[in-house]
Design a protein around this ligand. Structure first.
Ligand code: TXA
Ligand code: MG
Length: 336
């Protein structure tokens, strides 16, 4: 049985959230909102509870989890050393959509880190996530709350579709503000390495430190030796075949090959695809709206008729670099 607990995303009532915190304390699973996407959480120090996360998601056990904290004290509970550069990132960007990889303390169970000597940590800024961690009194290990391989959930409806009956509690706090998962930086390398681009852009993090961009962050996945085990799996995939067309000028020619394609493009380009089924993905004038709507639109295509989804590519700068990373991973084909 899954209990649904509804809270005000901006001003959560701690009496209501205490119920969810009790479930975490007792080793249960709670789906909770963060500023990026919903996560499926368990007490990070409880090995059995964390094991249940993998089962609920159908996640391969070699894909480690992110540990969510609500205070710097909690950081020292999970990492064995904090490199100096970490404080630069922490001071400027925590709480927020930034995950930092550091050396793990031995009290963090191996199931959380997939037996790596490192652990991924993030301090979310969402008031509900924050209060839940605080009331639970422990760091919360949580991957995104989708079934493995599906787009990350950015609304209560998505979570319900994927997780009803699989977890103890779902906290309903409406839509998540950013809609795309956190930026991940590996601080065990010098210079630090960007493993996954996210809401904090390469331009923003490069102002703090020199950064190397991993191939996987570009969407070019190496199957042999990914630095993050999660990189080798196909992600965010809608049920239909998805074709990403990087060069907009080729869109019409690609579309002509299919019977009843679904087109995804920014609002401004809708008119160009008259006669086709078109889903508008945000506006080029508000690039964060494109990130915000991405996973919702990908999920919508599952409910529509047709065999193929053709997506117009975006320029790979700023937040749209992160959007393109997700699209490349979701795509079955990329046309240059
Ligand atoms: O915004 C987010 O990050 C959301 C919310 C819930 O916080 N969480 C999220 O988790 O996206 P998940 O599990 O879907 O993605 C975590 C990524 C995976 O690609 C995993 O491989 C990587 O983090 N990761 C975790 N621990 C790692 C480690 N020690 N070294 C390298 N990569 C790691
Ligand atoms: Mg995920």
């Amino acid at each position: 049985m899954t209990e649904i607990i509804k809270v005000d995303p901006e001003n959560p009532d701690s009496e209501i959230l205490k119920k969810a915190a009790e479930v975490i304390k007792k080793g249960g699973l709670v789906v909770f909102p963060t500023e990026t996407v919903y996560g499926i959480g368990a007490n990070a120090f409880n090995e059995n509870a964390c094991r249940k996360i993998f089962k609920a998601k159908g996640r391969p056990q070699d894909n480690p989890l992110i540990v969510h904290i609500s205070s710097i004290d909690m950081l020292y509970d999970v990492v064995s050393s904090v490199p100096r550069i970490a404080y630069e990132f922490i001071d400027k960007l925590w709480p927020g959509p930034l995950t930092l990889i550091m050396k793990k303390k031995s009290n963090v169970p191996d199931i959380v880190s997939a037996s790596l000597p490192t652990v991924a940590v993030r301090m979310p800024s969402h008031p509900v996530a924050n209060l839940l961690i605080e009331l639970s009194g422990c760091p919360i290990a949580a991957p995104s709350a989708n079934l493995s391989g599906k787009p990350s959930p950015t609304s209560f409806e998505h979570v319900k579709d994927d997780m009803m009956g699989r977890v103890d509690v779902i906290i309903d706090a409406g839509e998540t503000p950013l809609g795309i998962e956190s930026t991940i930086i590996d601080l065990t390398k010098d210079p630090p390495v960007l493993l996954r681009p996210g809401p904090l852009t390469l331009e923003q993090i490069s102002r703090i430190s020199e950064i190397e961009v991993h191939k996987g962050a570009l969407g070019e996945i190496s199957l042999d030796k990914p630095p993050s085990p999660g990189m080798k799996y196909r992600h965010y995939a809608p049920e239909k075949r998805l074709i990403l067309v990087k060069n907009m000028d080729k869109m019409k020619a690609v579309l002509r090959n299919f019977n009843d394609p679904i087109v995804i493009c920014p609002k401004e380009h809708k008119e160009m695809y008259k006669g086709y089924k078109v889903l508008a993905l945000g506006s080029l004038e508000r690039e964060y709206s494109i990130a915000h709507e991405l996973f919702k639109i990908l999920r919508e295509t599952d409910k529509m008729k047709g065999e193929v989804v053709v997506v117009e590519g975006f320029p790979e700068k700023g937040i749209l670099f992160s959007v393109m990373n997700r699209l490349k991973k979701a795509a079955s084909e990329v046309i240059e």
